[in-house]
Write a protein that binds this ligand. Structure first.
Ligand SMILES: [Zn+2]
Length: 387
């Protein structure tokens, strides 16, 4: 059996100044039109695509938007109202009557001048071999806009891209986020499991003894935090802008680090024919009790992101992933199973008080996770074998 996954491939555009100006004018025109359609939806109550179209389509066309673009603007506005409705229903803006909810309900949804805009194949075409796109703009069709992409991304775009792509502008940079529909290969029956322990000093440690240090990342985060404190004290508009850019940069750095680590782990599991055992991440904040400075690091550190990157890359490679109960993985001896707090004399060291087994504490935990992976897989697949 194989399933289809929707993935977004984000590539950076490298427009000339003239092309960039046309893209900016186009986003601005689309979002001005979206705000007009949103206000109409708000006053008339026609918030679904079909109803809203009747009210605004002609006007959007008259404003110089093409038929497809006008349609996408209407759909974007209708989708935004659907999302808003769901959020209100789920209480994401507080209970009925609360100040925040009343404020949100009392005015039309607003779109920023540079908010993202979807383009379909009639308005946007990809030339993968020359790494260029041609895109409709309010200044006419812009051809030969260069983009950068990795070899892997180019293959994905060539083989699996389907449907719309969003044109997005962030921090003065232009991106296209293309939707790809990728079938996952079937999962191979694993020959054993590689356990992965997620932590702070070591972001990820495998049961093979490979430790991925978090030193570089934690240092960057520490510097960013100090800078942030200085900027926040200033509270000027330009300081706020700088802060926002810094936060994004930090998030990008963290995501890059997570991607690299996830890739190494999945490649090693694939090479050795094993599955990957991960701790069930749900309880990680409850489980680890920390001194205050570390708590900030942990809170900002994206365990979930690393876990999901590993799961995603493993699915792409047909590598099995199993989630295990994280209880006592750090206190139990991976050689004899003896559980004791005293097995951990220090943060980094494990030494069993019963059998004398000694190992790096994170490696010992990863070995426990691997063993639970093997046991968990056997239990959940016993029925398959019997059949
Ligand atoms: Zn022991």
């Amino acid at each position: 059996m194989c399933s289809i996954v929707k993935l977004v491939v984000q590539v950076r555009l490298l427009p000339t100044p003239e092309q960039a100006a046309a893209l900016a004018a186009t986003l601005s025109a689309c979002n001005t039109a979206a705000n007009f359609a949103s206000a109409t939806a708000f006053t008339t109550g026609a918030r679904r695509e079909y109803g809203l179209r009747k009210h605004v389509y002609r006007e959007l066309k008259a404003r110089g938007l093409g038929a497809q673009t006008a349609q996408h603007v209407i759909k974007k506005v209708a989708d935004a109202y659907t999302t808003l409705k769901a959020n209100l229903r789920n209480g994401n803006y507080g209970p009925p009557g609360s100040a925040r909810r009343t404020a949100i309900e009392g005015k039309p949804i607003a779109f920023r001048a540079q908010a993202g805009q979807p383009f379909d194949d009639r308005c946007l075409s990809w030339q993968i071999d020359t790494r260029t796109v041609s895109i409709w703009t309010t200044a006419g069709r812009m051809r030969d806009i260069a983009f950068t992409a990795s070899a892997e991304q180019l293959t994905m775009l060539a083989v699996y891209r389907k449907g719309e792509s969003d044109l997005v502008c962030r921090d003065g940079m232009w991106f296209l986020c293309a939707t790809c529909q990728v079938p996952d290969p079937p999962v191979a029956t694993p020959e054993g499991f590689m356990g992965v322990d997620l932590g702070i000093a070591n972001i990820a440690t495998t049961s093979d003894g490979k430790r991925h240090s978090g030193r570089g990342l934690n240092a960057v985060r520490h510097r960013q935090r100090q800078l942030r404190a200085r900027l926040q004290a200033k509270a000027t508009k330009s300081a706020k802008r700088l802060l926002k850019r810094r936060r994004r940069k930090e998030a990008r750095f963290a995501a890059d680090t997570n991607h690299t680590i996830a890739k190494q782990i999945v490649t090693e599991a694939e090479r050795t024919g094993r599955g990957i055992a991960l701790e069930d991440l749900g309880g990680i904040r409850d489980r680890v009790r920390l001194r205050k400075p570390q708590r900030v690091t942990l809170h900002s550190w994206s365990f979930h992101q690393l876990g999901s990157f590993i799961a995603y890359k493993a699915a792409r490679a047909g590598v099995a992933v199993i989630y295990v109960d994280p209880a006592y993985t750090s206190q139990a001896c991976s050689a004899c199973g003896h559980v004791d707090k005293k097995n951990r004399p220090g943060q980094a060291t494990f030494c069993c008080t019963s059998c004398g087994f000694a190992e790096h504490a994170d490696v010992n935990a990863a070995r426990n996770i691997a063993a639970r992976g093997v046991a968990g897989w056997a239990v959940s697949h016993a029925a398959d074998d019997a059949a």
